[in-house]
Design a protein around this ligand. Structure first.
Ligand code: FAD
Length: 267
């Protein structure tokens, strides 16, 4: 009896969730061209083509309290797994352009869905080079930044964030911001753009990113560079409410400030 009551309650709550999700999907259909929404392994997936598309989606998600999961090339969607049953995925596959190479100013800008490994193919024509584009990371620019891609080089930590200088980001509340600068020596003090490195899709949606690049002749100096495994545990520990280490408390404050409606939950 107790178990059938439990099943009934679970089913009712599941239907309630689905109703909310279905309502949100109808809002998407009424606000955007039809092709923005697809189903990837049964998970409703939104494909923004501009920062404005993404901003509008996040504004609507706040209004409708709809949880969202950001994805690049990642294939970690499990339609049977509970975490994705009530969620909409936002995928960067249409933000896949190489936007600008500025040889005079030593930077490159790409959409967040651009493959990190492709950058050096195009920089080479300008005799330029981005170290982390030579790593065996088969992912997108946005994913590499958000996952905190790093290498080791002569026993030193050598993160991609060192070269990550500017971005266009849609905040979880749906505001478009452009932290950072392509100028050499733009700020003294903490650069807010770096906060998105290692943010694992929890602080906002990276639309495009700029990286400082170096002359191609430097490439041989970095041939001992080795990709490090990605590490999500540190962030999860920091977000654990029982962790009262100063860094952890600070991380939770940043998360609460950026995402008060919690539209980007940990999944
Ligand atoms: C826990 C874990 C560990 C992994 N370790 C490795 C590893 O050590 N080496 C390796 O080569 N591959 C690793 N992978 C596989 C890697 O995820 C795949 O190579 C994948 O295809 C990379 O795609 P992506 O870079 O587009 O990032 P995704 O896998 O799509 O996303 C990675 C993270 O970044 C966030 N994200 C993605 N795009 C954006 C964006 N535009 N704005 C904000 N956040 C964004 C996502 O929410 C997610 O949290 C790992 C995967 C996982 C889940």
């Amino acid at each position: 009896m107790a178990s059938s009551l439990l099943t009934l309650t679970t089913n009712i709550s599941y239907l309630g969730d689905m109703t909310q999700l279905n309502q949100f999907l109808s809002v998407i259909k009424s606000e955007f061209p039809e092709d923005r929404l697809t189903y990837q392994k049964a998970v409703p997936t939104f494909h923004p083509e501009t920062a404005e598309d993404a901003a509008r989606l996040f504004q609507l998600a706040n209004r409708h309290k709809q949880p969202i999961f950001i994805t690049g090339f990642g294939n970690n969607i499990d339609p049977q797994g509970k975490p994705f049953t009530e969620m909409v995925s936002v995928r960067t596959d249409r933000l896949n352009k190489l936007i600008e190479i500025a040889p005079e100013d030593f930077y490159v800008t790409t959409g967040s869905g651009y493959p990190l490994k492709e950058i050096n193919v195009h920089l080479e024509d300008e005799k330029l080079w981005l170290p982390h584009s030579s790593l065996p990371y088969v992912g997108s620019v946005g994913g590499a930044i958000a996952a905190g891609l790093s290498a080791s080089f002569d026993n030193h930590d050598f993160p991609l964030r060192k070269y990550f200088i500017k971005a266009t980001v849609v905040t979880p509340e749906g505001e478009i911001i452009e932290p950072g600068s392509v100028c050499f020596k733009s700020v003294s003090g903490y650069e807010i753009v770096k906060i998105f490195s290692g943010s694992w899709g929890l602080l906002g949606f990276i639309v495009s990113a700029s990286f400082r690049v170096m002359p191609l002749s430097a490439e041989t100096e970095y041939d001992r560079m080795l990709q490090k495994p990605l590490e999500r545990e540190a962030l999860l520990k920091a977000l654990d409410e029982t962790n009262d280490a100063v860094d952890a408390v600070y991380s939770r404050k940043i998360k609460a400030r950026f995402d008060p409606a919690r539209v980007l939950p940990v999944v």
